[in-house]
Each structure stands twice: as structure tokens, then as C-alpha cells.
Design a protein around this ligand. Structure first.
Ligand SMILES: Nc1ncnc2c1ncn2[C@@H]1O[C@H](COP(=O)(O)OP(=O)(O)OP(=O)(O)O)[C@@H](O)[C@H]1O
Ligand SMILES: [Mg+2]
Length: 234
């Protein structure tokens, strides 16, 4: 039996997130309602400090809302046991972190291979897929370089290749083109567009206006609130 694909992979209902430390508190997200349609490229744009990283962490179950609900494949994330949440993150979600989150002393190849080790791919599959993913981001020639030997933009692309390794259903990308020049950014956006046309759901956050034309749906966030929603007809 084939699995029914839900219309929306993720839904946020009345999500708020307040960071508290001592007597100070920051309301980073305020009553957010949004839907991420399956197989689409969704862009959330907004200035620095508007809540973009916070929203991605909540979508991927890395952080919990202070109030409100998050649904992943129509089931509330809060109802999954921690072990199931971990399994979903490992198998179904590819994270591209704003700070890359790479292991510095590993090579590019080893970093990309790591999620496949965790998911018990065979050695041969890991090898082939790691090179394939590095090739997708134009880094096959840097496969054996350690992370600290790579430029910022190259490191960012290793982070993208690593997120693709497990063939996730969902990619959550935090400023994935932040360190890239215009041409390289456009190549990454074309790659994302191709992936979404092949059924992968992508949600990326950015403040880079140059990438907007690739989105199917664009949300604008300001001071923790969604202030605009735009469906792009192509
Ligand atoms: N761990 C934390 N503790 C307290 N406040 C936080 C924490 N993380 C983020 N914030 C605050 O929450 C707000 C939203 O932060 P967030 O990182 O989501 O912004 P962002 O849109 O990703 O910004 P940028 O574009 O600079 O990455 C900011 O005002 C920030 O200072
Ligand atoms: Mg951020």
C-alpha cells in the first residue's frame, strides 16, 4: 500500500515562543499560523532577529513552542515520543543550519556520509550517495578536504550536501545561501527547485531578496509575526 501524501507536511497553529532568562524575556514568535504544502519550496523572509531560526527549530522538533501546536504529517509533534521524534529527524528531515554544524576535523566526504552511517546504509551506498550529494553542490573535488581547509561558502555547501544525503522528505534550511556569491546561490536555488519538483518539501528562511523568485509560497515574518503570505504563480 502506498502512503497517502498529506496536503500539508507541516502546520503551525497559534505558535508562540518566549525565551526566558531570569527576569528578562523575549517573545520571539507571536501567534504564528502557517502551512507548509507538501512538495513545495516555501521561503520565509524577514530581517535579522525576526524569529526565522526559532521557527525552523520548532518545525523540525528541535525546540518546542511555549504555546500552540505543531503538526508534522498531520500528527501533533508534541504527541510523538522522544524516540519517534529522533527517528523522524534522522530519516525524514534534512537540516541545513545557519552555522553549518559540521565536524571540523572530518573531511567533506565524512561529514556528508555521517547521517547515512547513523541510518545504517551500506558502505557502498554511503560512498556513492556522498559523492553524488557533493557533486550536486559542485564540491566533488573537495571531498577529501577537512572542513577547516574550506572557505565559508564551501562549508555551507557541505552542509547542504549533508542535508540531502538521507534523501529526506523535508529540508529545513536556515539562510542556506548566506555565504554564497550570486551565481552559486542561484545554482543552489535551482537544485532546491528541482528537488521540490521531485516531491521533496523545502522550507528555507532568508533575508536575501535575490532568491525569492524560486519560491512557490513566500511568508514574510517581522518581529515574530507573519505579516504577509504570497503564493507565486509560475
Ligand atoms: N536562546 C535564546 N535566548 C534568548 N533570546 C533568544 C534566543 N535565541 C533567539 N533569541 C531572540 O529571539 C529573537 C529571534 O531570534 P532568531 O534567531 O529566531 O532570529 P533570526 O530571524 O533567525 O535572525 P538572523 O537573521 O539574525 O539569524 C531575537 O530577538 C533573538 O535575540
Ligand atoms: Mg537566524
Amino acid at each position: 500500500m502506498t502512503e497517502r501524501i498529506p496536503e500539508y507536511l507541516i502546520q503551525l497553529k497559534d505558535v508562540s515562543r518566549i525565551y526566558r532568562s531570569g527576569s528578562r524575556s523575549v517573545e520571539a514568535l507571536k501567534d504564528i499560523n502557517l502551512k507548509i504544502p507538501s512538495g513545495k519550496l516555501v521561503i520565509i523572509k524577514g530581517p535579522s532577529g525576526s524569529g526565522k531560526t526559532t521557527i525552523l527549530n520548532i518545525m523540525g522538533g528541535l525546540d518546542q513552542p511555549s504555546s500552540g501546536k505543531v503538526y508534522f504529517q498531520e500528527k501533533e509533534l508534541g504527541q510523538y515520543p522522544e524516540s519517534e521524534l529522533t527517528r523522524i529527524r534522522r530519516k525524514k528531515i534534512g537540516f541545513i543550519f545557519q552555522t553549518y554544524g559540521l565536524i571540523q576535523s572530518f573531511t567533506a566526504f565524512e561529514n556528508v556520509e555521517l547521517p547515512m552511517r547513523i541510518n545504517h546504509f551500506s558502505r557502498k551506498e554511503r560512498r556513492e550517495r556522498a559523492y553524488e550529494c557533493l557533486k550536486m553542490v559542485g564540491l566533488e573535488k573537495r571531498a577529501d578536504h577537512r572542513i577547516f581547509e574550506l572557505s565559508g561558502g564551501e562549508q555551507q555547501r557541505v552542509g547542504i550536501a549533508r542535508a540531502l544525503a538521507n534523501k529526506p522528505d523535508l529540508i529545513l534550511a536556515d539562510e542556506p545561501t548566506g555565504e554564497l556569491d550570486h551565481n552559486t546561490s542561484m545554482k543552489v536555488m535551482k537544485l532546491f527547485k528541482n528537488l521540490s519538483q521531485g516531491g521533496v518539501t523545502i522550507c528555507m528562511v532568508t533575508h536575501d531578496p535575490a532568491v525569492m523568485e524560486y519560491g512557490d509560497l513566500i511568508y514574510e515574518i517581522m518581529d515574530g509575526r507573519i505579516i504577509n503570505e504570497e503564493v507565486v504563480v509560475s
